[in-house]
Design a protein around this ligand. Sequence first.
Ligand code: NZQ
Ligand code: ZN
Length: 392
Amino acid sequence: MFDFTYYTPTWVVFGRGASAQTGALTAAAGARKVLIHYGGGSVVRSGLLDRVKASLKGEGIAYVELGGVVPNPRLSLVRQGIELCRREGVDFLLAVGGGSVIDSAKAIGYGLTNEGDVWDFYDHTRRAAACMPVGAVLTIAAAGSEMSNSSVITKDEGMVKRGYNDDLCRPRFAVMDPELTLTLPDYQTASGCVDILMHTMERYLSSGDHMELTDALAEGLMRTVMEDARILRDDPQDYEARAEVMWASSLSHNGLTGCGSDGGDWVSHGLEHELGGMFDVAHGAGLAAVWGSWARYVYRDCLPRFVRFAQRVLDVPAEGSQEETALRGIEAMEEFYRSIRMPTNLRELGVRPTQEQLETLARMCSAAAGGAKGSAKRLREADMLEIYRMAL
Ligand code: NZQ
Ligand code: ZN
């Protein structure tokens, strides 16, 4: 078992009608003037935005609004948000939406409380000293940004997608009403389930020691999310399944399923971030499209973990060699992705990169990691290129 720190400062309010408490939670956080940040309109259509405003008004809290956050949220809107908040004297950022909206709010928070260009943090040329407090009203179970220390932003020029991790940005509170996710398109529900699974798989399929308790939590989470993803494929209105994946989205990325591990692998995420930047794909779907190729490339170097994954998460019987068991586990996972209509290669993702684009993806992925990345197997640019090729 590796040593670890575990820090989850987010106050969670979970259940039907939870969004009515947004005003009280924002007031308790000491906010006087709030930026309500949201996406492309789902929260307008569902009436959630109006309910949130009413809840803030009920507490006498002033607000300004900035909508228009897109999946793979853009730096240009972050800059607009920073200017707006400075002008308006905003002291609290309320994200109403999914990972993209929360990440955009976190970025605005860094921009407001630090001198210089906010992209520096995402470019990893310096670290932030502070972040304006963020609260979240979550509308999609996926990224886990509602409790995570991460923010992922895409720079418009060149469409460069980069993440910055810092405990400063962990939300003060997260309002989680599973009913808010009942309006999600099926593709987003499935893509979200893949992302939730992958946040635990990145931590679980890694080298070195692990903690038995963390493994048991991780296996329970993965089995539960897979079962719920199938239930939601057949009945998107199933409240219990919606509730379980919503809670899983937070637990899968707040650090819990990594306690005692070496921090995880994260190559699949690195590979997807480049695809998300270049082709603007949904994050979870992009992960599903590269995971199988990554797994086949690395499993021999991390065999005990892949065998355990196959047996405990995917119920693969212990027949034949360890390598055979591990490979059957990878096949079973891909079969699961197909069963929820997620892609298992780039073609199914709807992306056909040229040779030059593949090379650019690999070069940028390796550069973003400072050269090498990975725990299951340490990978460099040539390895990343090979995995992209295998995923075609
Ligand atoms: O913009 P609107 O109209 O709200 O539509 C959104 C968007 O099109 C829609 N949606 C959300 N809630 C809805 C809804 N539609 C109907 N009803 C609802 N209740 O869903 C679409 C996707 O939303 P988005 O916020 O992009 O989804 P997600 O939560 O998957 O976030 C993806 C982003 O998070 C990053 C990803 O890279 C990607 O940029 N990640 C952030 C992480 C973090 N901060 O910890 C970790 C992840 O690994 C990930 O990288
Ligand atoms: Zn993710």
